[in-house]
Every structure is written in structure tokens, then in C-alpha cells.
Write a protein that binds this ligand. Structure first.
Ligand code: SAH
Length: 242
């Protein structure tokens, strides 16, 4: 299904509220909506189906990562646990210079993201089908990225362990969270040390139209991560660093 005129207006206005003009990119968002709704009939990619919900909670919510102010330029970015391509696909559409790497453990989801990216004609992308725990120990990928973005993959302690070893020193983790993230950040100062991270900022804002409270947690990589991290999935789940 294509985006309705109302859907396009919603996206334009919402993006404007986030400081972005998506006018030039509307054809691609229209196409992305079509691809997503089409694929969602075959495989269950996302629970959100209503147009308004997809525009606000997937497209606009993904674009809100730009409020970090740290996604400008030709950066190597990894979207850890991208699912159906969020936040990576919308970010790549509006910031084509980003070298976007989509990491996803579920093959059918990653395959859809790759097909969608190709259909949208987005160059400068890579697709990694694996778990972050494995990818982060490969010399080709460890400490290689300028930025990691992550939405809805786990609590802060877990995603920090998955993402920070992928970042080069000087890079940033940008995690999309809700207002309850404060509790997840208890003990973060100590817990981030072996990963080489420091909590730099928690940026609060409201999602356009819904008024839903959102937080961007921004963690800076200031030193190499200890080689043993990330640990195996069971160890991370059983005993998080914080
Ligand atoms: N970021 C997307 C998807 C969130 S659902 C969004 O916000 O819409 C979480 C996704 O992360 C799932 O698709 C799951 O397969 C993937 N995932 C969870 N743990 C992972 C890991 N350790 N490595 C890679 N992918 C992971």
C-alpha cells in the first residue's frame, strides 16, 4: 500500500517538529511504506499496521535519533538488531552519506531489509546476518564503527555490552529509550568501565503528535573494550554489567 496524502502530511509535519525537512525524501518513504506493508503480509515483520502508527512510531521515531546531533557526515554506523530496518532505514534515507550496516539475527528480517534497501536504491549499505555477540569478536568489525544505533533490543546494560565493543574509541552509542531508562542506568558508571564507555547525555524529548516521552541515551567510547566482552548471550542475560 502507498502512503495516503494524510500519511505524507503527517510525516512532513512530524519531521519538521524534529527539525527535518523530509520533503525531498517523500517518494522513498512512500516506497518504504509500500515495501513494509507488502512484506508484512508474508512474514510478521512488525506489529504496527495502521498507517498513522507506522508513520509516527516507526518513521518519525527512527528519525528522532537525529536529535542526538551526532549522525552528521560520512560515518560508519551499525544498527544493532534492526528488525524490519528501524531506525537504520529512515536514517539512511535522510542521511545518505551514512555508511549504514544493518545487523540482525533473524534471517528473514534481514533479507527483507536488504531487499527494501535495494528497491529504494540506497548505496553504501551492508547487511550482517548474525548475533551481535559474534560479530563484535570478529577483527573485521570490532572497534570499527563511528556510531551504533539501537532500538528495542534490551536493557541498557545488555545493549551497552553488545554495542560498545563494535565502536572505535571516540565513537558513540545512541540508544532509543523511554522515560523509565533512569532505572536501567543505575550502576552504569562502573558497569561501562570495562567496555570503555562513559554516559555522556540523556536527551529528553516528545514524539510528535502522540506526546510520548522519549529518551536518547548517548554513551561515548573513551577507551578500548576489554577483550572478553561481549560475553555469550546466556552470560549477558544472567548477569548484566549493570
Ligand atoms: N530495532 C527494531 C527491532 C526491534 S526487535 C525496531 O525497533 O523496530 C529486536 C530485534 O533485535 C529482533 O529482530 C531480534 O532478532 C534482534 N536481536 C535481538 N538480539 C540480538 C542480537 N544479540 N544480535 C542481533 N540481533 C538481535
Amino acid at each position: 500500500m502507498r502512503l495516503s496524502e494524510e500519511g505524507k502530511q503527517l510525516l512532513l509535519e512530524g519531521a519538521r517538529a524534529l527539525g527535518e525537512d523530509v520533503g525531498p525524501h517523500l517518494p522513498r518513504f512512500d516506497r518504504l511504506y509500500d515495501l513494509l506493508t507488502e512484506a508484512n503480509q508474508q512474514v510478521n515483520l512488525t506489529a504496527l499496521r495502521e498507517e498513522r502508527a507506522v508513520v509516527i512510531k516507526h518513521f518519525l521515531d527512527s528519525l528522532s535519533c537525529l536529535l542526538s546531533g551526532r549522525l552528521e557526515g560520512e560515518l560508519a554506523v551499525i544498527d544493532v538488531g534492526t528488525g524490519a530496518g528501524f531506525p537504520g532505514l529512515p536514517l539512511k534515507i535522510v542521511r545518505p552519506a551514512l555508511r549504514m550496516h544493518f545487523l540482525e539475527a533473524t534471517r528473514k528480517k534481514l533479507r527483507y531489509v536488504e531487499e527494501a534497501s535495494t528497491a529504494l536504491g540506497l548505496p553504501g549499505t551492508a547487511f550482517l546476518w548474525d548475533r551481535a555477540e559474534a560479530v563484535a569478536h570478529r577483527p573485521r568489525w570490532r572497534e570499527r564503527f563511528d556510531r551504533a544505533v539501537v532500538r528495542a533490543v534490551g536493557p541498557m546494560g545488555e545493549i551497552s555490552e553488545l554495542c560498545l565493543p563494535l565502536l572505535r574509541v571516540g565513537g558513540y552509542l545512541i540508544a532509543q529509550k523511554g522515560p523509565e531508562v533512569g532505572a536501567e542506568l543505575e550502576g552504569a558508571e562502573e558497569g561501562l568501565k570495562p567496555l570503555g564507555g562513559v554516559l555522556e547525555e540523556v536527551k529528553a524529548f516528545e514524539l510528535p503528535f502522540t506526546g510520548d516521552q522519549r529518551r536518547l541515551v548517548i554513551i561515548k567510547k573513551v577507551a578500548p573494550s576489554a577483550p572478553r566482552y561481549p560475553r555469550k548471550p546466556e552470560a549477558i542475560a544472567r548477569h548484566g554489567l549493570f
